[in-house]
Design a protein around this ligand. Sequence first.
Ligand code: NAD
Length: 263
Amino acid sequence: MNLGLEGKVALVAAASRGLGRAIAEELSAEGASVVICARGEDELEKTRAAIAAKTSVPVVAVKADVSKADDVNAVIHKALDVFQRIDIVVTNAGGPPAGPFESHGAEAWESAFRLTLESVVNLCRGVLPGMKERRWGRILNVTSIAVKQPVDNLMLSNSLRAAVTGFARTLANEVAPYGITVNNLLPGYTRTERVEQLAAATAKATGSTPDVMRAKWEAQIPMGRLGEPREFAALAAFLASDRASYITAQNVAVDGGWIRGLV
Ligand code: NAD
């Protein structure tokens, strides 16, 4: 299937590793020019070089913390400076800290808000004027299976991702007349550093070990295994493509069957 991504420009946030990196690799392999960002310059540059070495399309890296509005603006300006357009934006960030209600004070809620919700709003604010002008755009938000079935011990993530879901559903209606789609990608348990951290935190909270936690998750997944980042990235490439022009306002899980709901 030709996804029609050649010549498109994609900004993928928080992409030095994990799901963001896998999406940047996939979009680049499909011929899109890619701008990636993350906080750590060394890892980001290594990722940029590795993606660029595999494809012939440009890959640009900008050091940025997406929880800071100025950094988000700097990434957008760099992308527009180099490519004059952003056709696809993938909003993504590290997950907020795990823990139950009692473990998070006001500051933790404030930072989780900036990281998980405000970063999405700021990225959308930066890309939408150009998308509207060109009457084409794709906004993909990396959220979580937690929006359909909250995950224990993830108070901050469960709460703030619900807010992103409300934001995205409302925005989808507002921008649909401009040929812009807004969809949320819901990763299930996928083999990245975040999942290793979660295994360690949950093990600590429950007096268990990370190995036992992983086995417990696998037992809850009908496919019997964790997902691979490239399996998640394949969905992103499709939803970013021309072929997905009539799919908007959706929440699509890549979870090996973990969510037990009917729809
Ligand atoms: P990861 O920890 O492997 O990678 C996170 C990436 O985000 C890294 O490149 C890191 O440098 C970057 N990053 C972190 N904070 C940032 C910030 N403030 N500004 C810019 N870049 C930042 O995580 P992942 O597994 O790829 O997860 C991505 C998102 O998906 C997270 O929000 C996570 O909570 C969510 N999620 C992941 C899973 C999973 O199983 N992996 C499941 C559900 C939800």
